[in-house]
Design a protein around this ligand. Structure first.
Ligand SMILES: [Fe+2]
Length: 361
């Protein structure tokens, strides 16, 4: 039984100390329950999540504190998006599909109806606190191109918000992200939908979609700053991108942001729906910059923010253990600290274990 407690800076915490109170993260989720005996690994994790102080037991009756042998695993409730959000999203899918048809026929678009729907969706979705949750739940409709377009728009706008950009630039990101691939309407569908690998010639044809998109948007009176999102979303920092092989600051900010959103959304969409494990792997891969030289500052911010949504995920490890993700290292999002019914599993230390399944986000 705990008879006395004191507050301790995490920097001064020693292994063996026993928590006298529960520790919560900034989102109010339980990280470590009362009675947890601190280990070096747990202390490191607390520092990573910027916890400053914790309460520890000063005197215990008995040789050691009781470990949480049957620590309750909190229930994560997966709520569906509100109907109005889904209605708005479905309308938007139809509207974006019309834009592609219109652009194909006339090489210009009337963007106003879509702009209104986008604003509406942005407003509704801004009320969803867990952005990862939102993006996953919006992936219930199977028109890849259009849902990808909207997904990239929302992601780009969200990155802009995380970067502290103003409302005008966030609007531009939303629109530019949504229309980034509009130029694909000019590419032969047989090439775009080809299941096998493209030939060099076919790939060269596909590359034109960036310039086509820019031209369509400019023809339609869309602002230059928005149109460059289409032009530059395949440019890469190291000059390896297309169509112009721009580098670093030659690429507009909107181009660099939409590129990150495009890569992340495309990589996660290719997986089976709700294969949430892929979010861990994809962020790992995006972070390692394995898919082209994306802007490192945008990537770092994006990974840091997205991984914060992993906390609280209900997961199953490959040895069958159920658990809750409690801490996610920024540099290794696939190796979080997992709380199980019998204690903690630190995947940074346990290379034999990995997350096999994500049950709920
Ligand atoms: Fe593209």
């Amino acid at each position: 039984m705990i008879v006395q407690e004191r507050k301790v800076y995490v920097t001064r915490l020693q292994p063996g100390a026993v928590l006298s109170r529960d520790v919560y993260n900034e989102r109010g989720q339980l990280i470590l329950p009362q009675g947890t005996e601190m280990t070096t690994s747990l202390i490191v994790r607390l520092k990573q999540m910027a916890t400053i102080e914790v309460w520890v037991a000063e005197h215990m009756v008995g040789p050691s504190a009781p470990l949480p042998t049957e620590s309750p695993v909190p229930t994560i409730i997966t709520t569906q998006p509100k109907p109005s959000l889904m209605d708005c999203y479905s309308n938007l899918i139809g509207s974006v599909e019309n834009l592609f048809l219109e652009a194909r026929a006339e090489r210009r678009i009337n963007f106003e109806p879509t702009r209104r729907l986008l604003r509406e969706l942005a407003e509704i979705s801004s009320k969803e606190s867990n952005f990862l949750h939102l993006i996953i739940n919006l992936r219930t409709i199977d028109e890849y191109t259009f849902q990808h377009s909207i997904g990239v728009g929302l992601l780009s706008m969200q990155i802009g918000e995380w970067m502290g950009l103003g409302p005008l630039e966030r609007q531009e990101l939303l629109i530019g992200g949504t229309l980034h691939d509009i130029g694909k309407c000019q590419i032969d569908a047989a090439i775009l939908q080809k299941p096998s690998r493209l030939t060099m010639e076919e790939y060269e044809i596909v590359k034109h979609h960036a310039r086509y998109g820019y031209e369509i948007l400019r023809n339609s009176g869309v602002d230059e700053r928005v149109a460059v999102a289409a032009y530059e979303h395949h440019e890469r920092n190291d000059g390896s991108g297309y169509p112009r092989g721009l580098q670093h600051d030659q690429i507009s900010r909107i181009g660099r942001i939409v590129a990150v959103a495009d890569v992340f959304n495309a990589m996660t969409s290719r997986r089976v729906y709700k294969d949430a494990l892929s979010y861990y792997r994809v962020l790992d891969e995006v972070q390692n910059n394995a898919f082209g030289a994306l802007d490192p500052a945008v990537v770092a911010l994006f990974v840091r923010k997205m991984t914060s949504f992993f906390v609280g995920n209900q997961v199953v490890l490959n040895d069958g253990t159920d658990g809750i993700v409690v801490l996610v290292p920024n540099d290794r999002p696939t190796r979080p600290l997992v709380r199980t019914a019998t204690g903690f599993v630190d995947l940074l230390q346990r290379s034999d274990l990995y997350i096999q399944e994500v049950r709920a986000i």
